[in-house]
Ligand binder design. Structure first.
Ligand code: PEP
Ligand code: MG
Length: 754
């Protein structure tokens, strides 16, 4: 008798035999029977059986070599039942010397399995889900070697892909086999970019086609893997030593990357898989899906974090394998992109005319993908736990970014309800579009300037559509956040010049880099801070690292080429900071002039009012500034001591409350008294009821996300400012924690459109 574990080393020929058997055609059952026979022979096992999960959840014997053939399609297990159920549930192999002794063993007389003791079962994994189980059994009591386990897992991976691609069993015959989840599901996540969309799921990380699984030349493939792993290891090592300039995670995360990247068990699993005939990419996927199945169910946040690190590491390794380039994908109409988390440039590579929505398993509202999704006006919901294992390419899905939910394979009534909401949104948009050219005057004749917030190239396309009268806040850090590496002077100058050109005669206020806090750069080393929002961020970083700030000022002055220029500094907390920052501007203008370049024809330098400290020093600040802009996102965060990025506290305090409104009123009054132009540029300015309140407080310039311009203009056109002023002034004296309801009632009384 051949020694088990020796014959199997010819794994590649086993996979080849399987493929040849399949290619020979014939009825599906006959082909499956041949496949299990080949595996049994190759593994020197007396039994080889394949079990698949039926849509109803039962697990059914689909083919066997060695057990009683009459049990095929007869023997069924309930989910979680028996050893097979255990393997499905846990997503990992079970290797037993004496299976009948195992407490989970469930005896099935019809199979005739009495004489068999040794048992090795491995799951057929797709993504992180088990769709079936492949089992080998032997009469003798023995534990299968690690190599044998690995080998059977590789066969199972190839089978899983073949089944799923329809290569192994025809689609008709597959009916009722649960290759992927099929029931409607609703998953709760977080809103990243507002809107609604219904369409067809497209997986950003696509499962591999069976044709890409097997390598032609094992030796060459081993060398490819070795080079990629070494490249990855040395990249991570130099990141840790701080040499790469590409530090894209905290030290702890990098440490755990290094631990995994150098871990023998990880690299050995990869090498084994390649030695057995898989391509290096397929090897990565195999090891990845095993980890996902194993760790994905863990509740422990620490383990989940490590899984996340491992996923990142796998992605990195795939990038090392593919070199730099990858090809842009064709999308179907109404595509909803599904991914774990998208990198800086990923979203921009898809055809925007077909992309309707985005669903992410991870991410945060401040992540790259979310920023770009908002700029492109693509609805996006993130933090959808287990998403990729719950949805398959081609499933119909709904992105409900109004509530922060995803519906997978929704029922018809849900689709109808969503379609109705999408139609309402569309109609409202059409109404707003009609108002595009109408100037925003209140009914009693006050002109309100409506501006837009922007930060990326793609924002410029939308500007014309919104009818905004300029850009009141250009967040320059977005260019830095979506880039793979630090944008150089030329790249910065080019972007600012494009923005100015696109805006034409309309004003653009460029805010200098507002980094730190939740805005971290992948390539800039940052110290971990206990309170990042109160930490080294925005102008503080700019003044401590003047080279960075000066490079940006230089780029702005160069881009202006003598045209008017507006520059604004974020998170000024003390007048000396503004003085110092302004001195840098003067310095850079003088530098440009010395080199014979044009100084801006008009230069306005302003401060954002985001730190409450400034409210009590406006008498000193305002005379130094050419304008100010109130950043209500941060101002509210600091006024109420509530982290704006933490959903538990961010909505706990209402900006429509006496303390917040009094603060705003005080700023507005001081600006009016000194004749300092003032705008409000936080998200608050883009919500009609809040914007109404700001108008009532006397603010005449509001800068907001593009989608806010239409609704706010409709509000302005129907608003009587004087009546609003009287009503809101009275509410400032209220002793209530929030006056939102009262303001709403007031708004209804004096105009109709909020
Ligand atoms: C703000 O804080 O209100 C603001 C407009 O700036 P950002 O949201 O970019 O911090
Ligand atoms: Mg801010």
């Amino acid at each position: 008798m051949a020694v088990p574990g020796v014959a199997i080393r010819g794994q590649r020929s086993l996979l080849k035999q399987i493929r040849e058997a399949l290619a020979s055609g014939g009825p599906a059952q006959a082909r499956l029977n041949v496949v299990v026979r080949i595996i049994a022979r190759s593994m020197v096992a007396e039994v080889c059986s394949l079990y698949m999960r039926r849509a109803a959840g039962d697990i059914e014997l689909f083919a066997t070599e060695g057990l009683d053939p009459t049990a095929v399609h007869v023997t069924r297990m309930k989910p979680g039942e028996g050893l097979i159920g255990d393997i499905m549930r846990l997503g990992r192999p079970l290797n037993l010397a004496d299976a009948p002794e195992h407490p989970a063993f469930s005896y099935r007389p019809e199979t005739g399995e009495d004489p068999y003791h040794a048992f090795l079962g491995v799951p057929l994994l797709r993504g992180g889900r088990a769709i079936g189980v492949l089992v080998v059994q032997n009469r003798t009591e023995r534990v299968y070697t690690d190599d044998e386990v690995e080998d059977l897992q590789i066969v199972a991976m190839v089978l899983a892909e073949m089944v799923a691609s329809g290569e192994l069993i025809s689609t008709d015959e597959l009916k009722g086999v649960e290759l992927a989840p099929h029931r409607p599901e609703r998953v709760k996540g977080s809103k990243f970019s507002d809107g609604l969309a219904y369409g067809v799921a497209v997986l950003h990380e696509r499962p591999m086609a069976p044709s890409q699984l097997l390598s032609e030349d094992v030796v060459a493939e081993e060398a490819r893997l070795k080079t990629a792993v070494e490249g990855l290891q040395s990249q991570i090592d130099s990141m840790l030593e701080g040499q790469a300039g590409l530090v894209d995670a905290s030290y702890e995360v990098l440490e755990s990357y290094r631990m995994f990247a150098h871990s023998n068990s990880w690299t050995r699993s990869l090498e084994d898989a390649v030695r057995n005939g898989l391509t290096a990419e397929a090897a990565v996927e195999r090891v990845r899906s095993e980890h996902r199945a194993r760790l994905g169910q863990a509740r422990d946040p620490y383990i989940r974090e490590r899984l996340h690190d491992l996923e990142d590491l796998n992605d990195r390794l795939l990038r090392h394998l593919s070199g730099a380039g990858h090809v842009a994908r064709e999308l179907p109409d109404n595509a909803i992109l599904i991914g774990r988390n998208l990198g800086p440039a990923d979203l921009l590579e898809y055809d925007r005319t077909k992309l309707r929505g985005l669903l992410l398993e991870e991410g945060s509202a401040a992540s790259h993908a979310a920023i770009v999704a908002r700029a492109l006006d693509i609805p996006c919901v993130g933090r959808l736990s287990g998403l990729r294992d719950r949805v398959s390419e081609g499933d119909m899905v709904i992105v409900d970014a109004e509530t922060g939910e995803a519906y997978l394979r929704p029922r018809n009534d849900v689709v109808k309800a969503i379609q109705a909401r999408i139609d309402v949104r569309r109609q409202r948009r059409a109404e707003f579009a009609k108002l595009r050219e109408t100037p925003a005057f209140t009914r009693d004749g006050a002109k309100i300037t409506l501006l837009m917030n922007a930060g990326l190239d793609v924002d410029l396309d939308i500007m014309g559509e919104t009818g905004a009268e300029g850009i009141g806040l250009f967040r320059t850090e977005f260019q830095f956040m979506v880039a793979e590496e630090m944008p150089r002077l030329n790249a910065q100058t080019a972007l600012y010049a494009r923005v100015m050109e696109a805006a034409g005669d309309l004003p653009v206020t460029f805010r200098t880099l507002d980094l730190g806090g939740d805005k971290v750069l992948p390539y800039l080393e940052a110290e971990r801070e206990d309170n990042p929002a109160l930490g080294w961020r925005a102008i503080r970083m700019g003044l401590d690292r003047p080279a960075l700030l000066r490079m940006q000022l230089r780029a702005l002055i160069a881009a202006a080429r003598g045209r008017p220029l507006r520059i604004m500094f974020p998170l000024v907390a003390n007048v000396d900071e503004f003085r110092a920052a302004r001195a840098l501007v003067d310095h850079e203008v003088a530098w440009a002039v010395r080199r014979g370049r044009a100084a801006p024809e008009r230069l306005d330098v302003g401060a954002m009012i985001e730190a409450p400290s400034l409210i009590w020093h406006l008498d000193a600040l305002l005379p130094m500034t050419d304008f100010v802009s109130v950043g209500t996102n941060d101002l509210m965060q600091y006024l109420f001591a509530a982290d704006r990025g933490n959903p538990r506290v961010s909505d706990r305090y209402d900006p429509l409350s006496p303390p917040a409104l009094r603060a705003l009123e005080q700023i507005q009054r001081a600006c009016a008294e000194t004749g300092t132009p003032v705008s409000v540029c936080g998200e608050m300015a883009g919500r009609p009821l809040e914007a109404f309140t700001l108008v009532a407080l006397g603010f005449e310039a509001l800068s907001m996300p593009p989608a806010g311009v239409g609704p706010v203009k409709r509000m302005v056109l129907s608003c009587d400012r004087e009546a609003a002023r009287r009503g809101v002034s009275a509410l400032l004296k209220s002793s209530a924690g929030s006056v939102r309801n009262e303001i709403e009632t007031l708004a209804r009384k004096i105009y109709l459109a909020v």
